[in-house]
Design a protein around this ligand. Sequence first.
Ligand SMILES: Nc1nc2c(c(=O)[nH]1)N[C@H]1C(S)=C(S)[C@@H](COP(=O)(O)OP(=O)(O)OC[C@H]3O[C@@H](n4cnc5c(N)ncnc54)[C@H](O)[C@@H]3O)O[C@H]1N2
Ligand code: MOO
Length: 654
Amino acid sequence: MTHSPLPPAAAARGESHEQEQFLAILSREEALARFEAALFPRRGTTQLRPLASALGAALAEDIVAPIDVPPFDRANVDGFAVRSADLASAGESLPATLSLNDETIACGTQPLLPVRPGTATPIATGGPVPRGADAIVMVEHTQPSDEADGIEIRRAANPGQFVSYAGSDIARGEMLLRAGTLIGSREIGMLAACGIAAVPVARRPRVAILSTGDELVPPGETLRPAAIYDVNGAIVAAAVAENGGEPDFLGAFPDEEVALETAMRDALASHDMLILSGGTSKGAGDVSHRIVPRLGSPGILAHGVALKPGKPLCLAVCDGKPVVILPGFPTSAMFTFHDMIAPVLRRMAGLPPRAEHSVEATVPVRIGSELGRTEFVMASLVEGADGLVAYPTGKGSGAITSFAQADGFLRIEALADHLPAGSRAKVTLFTPELRVPDLVLIGSHCVGLDRVVAPLAAKGLLVRTLAVGSLGGLAAARRGECDLAPIHLFDEKTGTYNEPFLAPGLELVRGWRRMQGIVHRPGDRRFEDRSAEEAVAAALADPDCLMVNRNQGAGTRILIDRLLGAARPDGYFNQPKSHNAVAAAVAQRRADWGIAIAPVAEAAGLAFIPLIEEHYDFALVTARRERPGVIAFLEALASPESAAALREAGFAKA
Ligand SMILES: Nc1nc2c(c(=O)[nH]1)N[C@H]1C(S)=C(S)[C@@H](COP(=O)(O)OP(=O)(O)OC[C@H]3O[C@@H](n4cnc5c(N)ncnc54)[C@H](O)[C@@H]3O)O[C@H]1N2
Ligand code: MOO
């Protein structure tokens, strides 16, 4: 990441600023058109692949059935092959008696004797129907007759009864599978039934994937300070495989031009496509886009697209091979991959374009948007009182969950600067079918909640929790967009939690309590062995002592302001939005104290001075009380198992 402006001293010396701007931002459509024009049409390579390894490949040619399936008229039941005409007048009081031919047709046995009028041949399920027979009678509908070698049948048989005729499943000459079909287990079954041992498939494009950035650590290793795990390597590799490519993840590389150029050249020589991520901005340390033009012509076709997320996307073609630099932010990388790269990869892999599925939904809140960029907003869908409601999952392009927890996305045109609350929008789904959640909780999130809903998920219920804060949750509950709103709101007037905030149509369901307190690093003498009041007094007395606050509107913030009175100590304006962020700031020495809940303090290895128990309850939408998901939740909440799980996680059941 090198968007760093020059330090003031360098600027004062008049040194030039190395940050180039995105000079030629293209529209999404123009960028895609240039990319595709430089790549297509192209000759794909076809290979004959044995059936056993054809799974996931795309058929390169139409396949016509070479034989009939079944290849002969086949018995569908265990019983006797008969002539239906012999049984035309058979009934309860008038049994037909047939004599048995001297053979038994097992599976794989070629019949030798015809079934002549007045006779029957024993046959197994799957056996070929003998000449003369036109129906099968189930063994349980027959009785041995008094005569030796004969059977009695007391019901008529329709012609063709329990017979599968040759070619009735697949007829010789029929179009079995079309070119472009993705081969799955069902397709493999059809091919095997026709005796086809190998199929022509488009050779999967081999895609080399590189992550770039000095800060990246592979999952599985220990994080060093200021480092993060490489997310893009894993998601791009998976998304390549999902779209017909053969991913080859080559690792994360530091922003070192010489080494990176060698890696990129080697990768391109041995693969059909190269995808990098990170460092696409035009900063001094962002080197990959400087290397791309040296790899072949025509080189870079688009660098900077009026798209959000995804502005810094870089698209290039080097001597016929696509080279792509995805933005570093994981949601930007994933979104641009799916929107702009997957269509090209699928075409190279011989796959048809992905079918687009969408639904109409109401947007419950105003969504701001950047003028001049087509903006795609990831959204989570829930069932409201009047149809689907699309909640933006937006935690920004840098958040992995923005994309991963969304059902789809909606589009805000480049010329709009926002989408008003209450708008109707088309939501393009990530999966062909939308599964609406069985239980929706919108409001404040608590790790205890995960424990309580865990058994519901294990029972197959789809539970969706959207963290929008207590007040956002109450608003959603009033609009009937959720079943329950988890809240923890302190009412100063009454000195109680939650109850005073309920609107008509909502009722309170008691949840649990969370001890809140001062968190500090163990061994900090300013706080050790003091009461909360003494600790705050000690913090205020030390000018070097830095606090971390909470956001306006948080229940914890009210508590902090009451503790501080008129004091505004250093760090007061550092106002993160969660208990975890407070604990991380103190643990990493970016602050010395703050207020968080006990389980979070414990998980971060911090010392804790208890202050007050916060009540975490649920505003239940009364009209939704009888829904199966709600009933299951209320049962789970009341169960001894959830009480035990909450205790174990550090919470006290209300
Ligand atoms: N002054 C400006 N700053 C930024 C601009 C801008 O126009 N002017 N654009 C922003 C936009 S939009 C995006 S998107 C990002 C993308 O920048 P880069 O593509 O150069 O990516 P980096 O700077 O390398 O990284 C951004 C971010 O993502 C993290 N990252 C990178 N690779 C990975 C990976 N493999 N796995 C997980 N996370 C990764 C990286 O650590 C950074 O946090 O720039 C904005 N800034
Ligand atoms: O384009 Mo960036 O992807 O806005 O976040």
